[in-house]
Design a protein around this ligand. Structure first.
Ligand SMILES: C[S@@+](CC[C@H](N)C(=O)[O-])C[C@H]1O[C@@H](n2cnc3c(N)ncnc32)[C@H](O)[C@@H]1O
Length: 354
C-alpha cells in the first residue's frame, strides 16, 4: 500500500527529475546553438582553454559547460581534465540524418519555453498562440527532429507499405504533401521517386520559404517539386494526386475534416491519403506511459495552442487517438481507414481509402 508520505516523496522526486532534465536539455541547446559539439568532435581530446579557443567562446563559460556536460554523462573527461566527444555522442548530437539524432529535441524544448508567456496568457483568454509565434527554434527543431525519419524511412518503408501507391510513384505519379513544414518529406519523396511530381503545401510562410530555399539547392528537382504557401483545407487540385500525405500535421490543423475532404478530392482514382501521426494510446488512461506523457507534454504548450482561436476549430491537440482519425476520415467522406504495418516508435500510419 502506498502511504501519503511515499506518494509525496515520489511526486517530489518526479518533479526534481523533470527539473534536472530541463537544466540538462538547456545545456544541450547551448552546445547545439554554438556548434560546441561539432567543435569538440573536430578537436579530439582538449583542455577547457584549448576548447574555448577552438569554439571561440569565453574560457570560464567553456569550462563550466564542459564540466556540466561531463558530469551529466554527455561528453567524456580524462583524469587530467581533457575533454572529448565519443563517436556515439557525435552521432546523437551532430549527425543530422542519424535515427539517433536528438540535438533538435533541445532546440524544440527551448523554442516552446520561449513562448511560455504567450501560452500562459492564452490559457486565460482562449486565444491561439499562432504557429509562427513559436519562431525559428520550433520550426527548425521540428524539421531537424523529423528529418532522419523522412530521409531514412519514407521511401524505403512507409510508401512501400502501400505497394500500389509505390508502383504509381515509381511510374511518374503525383504526390501532395500537406502541412509539409520546411519540406524535408517532400524533397525525400522526390529524391526517392525520380519520375514522380511532388507538391508541398503549408500554411506557414517561413516554413515554405525554407522549403523553397532547400529546393533551390537541388536544381535537378526543380521541374518536379513545387512548394505552395496555402491552407490544406483550401481549394484543391481535384483528381491530380496518387497520394496525399499528412505527416505529423493533421492534429495541428484547426479544420482537419475540411483538410481531409480537400485531400480526398485531390486524389486520382485508386489514390490514397497517408496520415502519419502520433502513436498515442487508444483511450485516455492515467497515469500514462512515457509516450502518452510526451504527447500531452507538447499539446497544451504548442499543438493545441497553435490550433486554438479560429472559429470552429477542432482543437484536437497532440493526442490524436485512432478513434479521432477514424471519425475525421468518416466525416470527410472516406469509406475505410487501415492502420499500416509500419514499425515506428512515435507515429502510427493510417491509409484512408475514399
Ligand atoms: C508539427 S509540424 C510538421 C511539419 C512536417 N510535416 C514535418 O513532419 O516535419 C505541423 C505543420 O502543419 C502546418 N499546418 C498547420 N495547419 C495547417 C493548415 N491548415 N494547412 C497547411 N499546413 C498547416 C504547420 O504550419 C506546420 O508546418
Amino acid at each position: 500500500m502506498t502511504t501519503t508520505t511515499d506518494r509525496r516523496a515520489a511526486l517530489a522526486e518526479q518533479i526534481f527529475t523533470s527539473m534536472l532534465g530541463a537544466l540538462e536539455i538547456f545545456h544541450v541547446y547551448v552546445g547545439d546553438r554554438l556548434g560546441l559539439y561539432s567543435t569538440l568532435a573536430a578537436s579530439g581530446e582538449v583542455t577547457a582553454d584549448e576548447f574555448a579557443a577552438a569554439a571561440n567562446i569565453n574560457p570560464r563559460y567553456a569550462r563550466e559547460w564542459l564540466e556540466q556536460q561531463a558530469v551529466s554523462g554527455v561528453i567524456d573527461v580524462s583524469d587530467d581534465r581533457r575533454y572529448a566527444l565519443s563517436a556515439e555522442a557525435e552521432e546523437v548530437l551532430c549527425n543530422p540524418d542519424s535515427d539517433f539524432q536528438m540535438a533538435a529535441g533541445a532546440q524544440l524544448i527551448a523554442g516552446v519555453a520561449a513562448a511560455l508567456p504567450k501560452v500562459v496568457e492564452a490559457f486565460r483568454t482562449g486565444a491561439a498562440v499562432p504557429y509562427a509565434d513559436y519562431g525559428a527554434d520550433v520550426r527548425v527543431g521540428i524539421a531537424r527532429l523529423n528529418r532522419p525519419m523522412f530521409v531514412n524511412h519514407l521511401v524505403s518503408e512507409w510508401i512501400p507499405a502501400m505497394p500500389d501507391i509505390d508502383e504509381r510513384l515509381r511510374n511518374g505519379g503525383w504526390a501532395a504533401d500537406l502541412g509539409c513544414g520546411t519540406g524535408c518529406s517532400t524533397l525525400s519523396l522526390a529524391r526517392g521517386y525520380p519520375q514522380a511530381h511532388v507538391d508541398g503545401l503549408d500554411l506557414d510562410e517561413a516554413s515554405i520559404a525554407e522549403a523553397a530555399a532547400a529546393l533551390a539547392a537541388e536544381p535537378d528537382l526543380a521541374d518536379r517539386v513545387t512548394f505552395i504557401c496555402r491552407d490544406a483545407a483550401g481549394p484543391s487540385f481535384a483528381g491530380r494526386y496518387d497520394v496525399v500525405t499528412f505527416f505529423e500535421t493533421l492534429h495541428d490543423m484547426a479544420h482537419p475534416v475540411a483538410a481531409l475532404s480537400a485531400a480526398r478530392e485531390m486524389l486520382t482514382d485508386g489514390g490514397a491519403v497517408l496520415v502519419g501521426d502520433e502513436k498515442v494510446a487508444e483511450k485516455f488512461a492515467a497515469p500514462g506511459d512515457e509516450l502518452e506523457r510526451f504527447n500531452y507534454g507538447w499539446s497544451a504548450l504548442h499543438c493545441l495552442a497553435a490550433a486554438m482561436g479560429e472559429p470552429g476549430t477542432a482543437a484536437t491537440g497532440t493526442v490524436i487517438r485512432p478513434s479521432t482519425v477514424r471519425k475525421y476520415a468518416q466525416e470527410a467522406g472516406f469509406s475505410q481507414v487501415d492502420i499500416l504495418p509500419i514499425e515506428h516508435d512515435f507515429w502510427r500510419f493510417y491509409r484512408l481509402i475514399p
